[in-house]
Design a protein around this ligand. Structure first.
Ligand SMILES: [Zn+2]
Ligand SMILES: [Zn+2]
Length: 401
């Protein structure tokens, strides 16, 4: 039984469009070239990944509907598209409806994947138990929280060196990069990186130096003694503050989505010399004008080199966004305890930490990165397995779906 039934098909335009009328009142318009390229017949329809069975270069650019017939009580439509004489383009109604590209259906597709924002003052700290990772249900709910809230604090993670790597691998494949498989965030009075000192850090996303910064950051507090003063974790939902900027200062929002700045780690003197650089706007928009990514890392930002007219607007807009990030109203603030592991959505949340004083105690965090697209895949697959189907959420990876 098909869910959607077609009641009528009418050629429209110069017959290069088929207007499809549905039983529930919806009306779709499909172009003939689109119908032909997506034909569901047994010759054209892909049956295994990697196939491309319709040879587009051999199709006429001027396909016209010469006949459209409805079959199986509205569950199937056959199109004859002139000048083709030896092929019938076949559509099943459920598939056709699921692929409708009218404005309403496109909006629905984007809206159901959109991020929901949570105000720090109105929401509790999202927490999970380490044992949750042992079951599909626990893992599914934990990942769901990471995508919904942007982070979760997992409690009682075994305080062993490398625990963060073992835990990360249970979630999704790890990503290396300039930091290696794991890194210790501890005060070694580093002269290479401020993270490895006891000073405060500005809000930032990790690894903006790459085209695709790591998606999920795991930070495990191997030791965080009570006597240590400061060292609190602070998070800001960048998609939320960018949304505020868009509403309050649309011109500044446009500037930051257009004018690029580079991020880099270029250091030939460090133990492991590196030269990694990437230039992009702070706000990334897609075809539908949706925000689909951001970069924010004052600590690896490079000198602005853009066209003269863009210099002052860039700094003006930058400061406005900076003020929203610095506004405590927009900040989640908490202190990790020994054994806590922060699972942070790095493509959504900027993070920072207070300066700290050890007072004779210790603060040692160990971190690693996990692939966010594989984690989302796991989330959707687990949802199906548990009979709790979910739509793959937007994850800030430069794509709205
Ligand atoms: Zn076909
Ligand atoms: Zn539609």
């Amino acid at each position: 039984m098909s869910k959607f039934k077609v009641v009528e098909v009418r050629p429209s335009g110069g017959k290069n469009i088929a207007e499809v009328f549905w039983e529930d009142g919806h009306v779709s318009r499909f172009h003939t070239i689109w119908l032909r390229c997506n034909c569901r017949c047994s010759v054209c329809c892909r049956t295994i990944v990697g196939q491309a069975l319709v040879e587009r270069s051999k199709l006429s650019c001027q396909l016209l509907v010469s006949e459209a017939t409805i079959h199986d009580e509205g569950a199937k439509i056959n199109f004859k598209l002139a000048p083709e004489t030896n092929h019938v383009t076949v559509m099943t109604s459920d598939w056709l409806r699921s692929a409708c590209y009218c404005d309403a259906c496109i909006s629905e597709m984007l809206d159901e994947r959109e991020m929901k924002f949570h105000l720090p003052s109105e929401s509790q700290l999202p927490v999970a138990e380490f044992e949750q990772l042992d079951t599909d249900k626990g893992m599914f709910e934990l990942i769901g929280t990471v995508f919904d809230r942007g982070f979760v604090v997992v409690e009682n993670v075994p305080r062993e060196d490398g625990s963060v790597v073992k835990t990360g691998k249970r979630m999704a494949p790890l990503i290396g990069g300039v930091c290696g498989e794991k890194f210790d965030v501890v005060d070694v009075q580093s002269t290479e990186h401020a993270a490895y000192t006891s000073s405060g850090l500005p809000f930032h996303a990790d690894q903006c130096i790459y085209e695709a910064p790591e998606g999920i950051l795991l930070l495990h507090a191997l030791r965080f003694d009570d006597v240590v003063e400061g060292g609190n974790s602070l998070l800001v939902d960048m998609f939320h503050v960018i949304d505020i900027l868009r509403k309050q200062s649309p011109d500044d929002f446009r500037v930051l989505s257009r004018v690029p700045i580079a991020y880099a780690t270029i250091d030939y003197n460090r133990r492991d010399p590196a030269h990694v650089i990437h230039r992009k706007p702070i706000i990334l928009l897609d075809y539908d004008d949706k925000v689909v990514g951001y970069s924010w890392n004052p600590g690896t930002e490079q000198t602005l080199r853009v066209h003269e007219d863009d210099v002052e607007p860039f700094y003006r807009a930058y400061v406005k966004l900076q003020k929203l990030i610095d506004d405590p109203k927009n900040q989640f603030k908490f202190r990790l305890r020994s054994g806590d592991m922060l699972v942070l959505h790095n493509r959504r949340m900027a993070h920072s930490r207070d300066a700290y004083k050890t007072n004779g105690g210790h603060r040692r965090l160990q971190g690693t990165y996990v692939n966010i697209e594989d984690l989302r895949s796991k989330y959707v697959v687990l949802g199906r397995k548990l009979n709790r189907p979910v739509v793959a959420p937007k994850i800030g990876n430069c794509s709205s779906i």
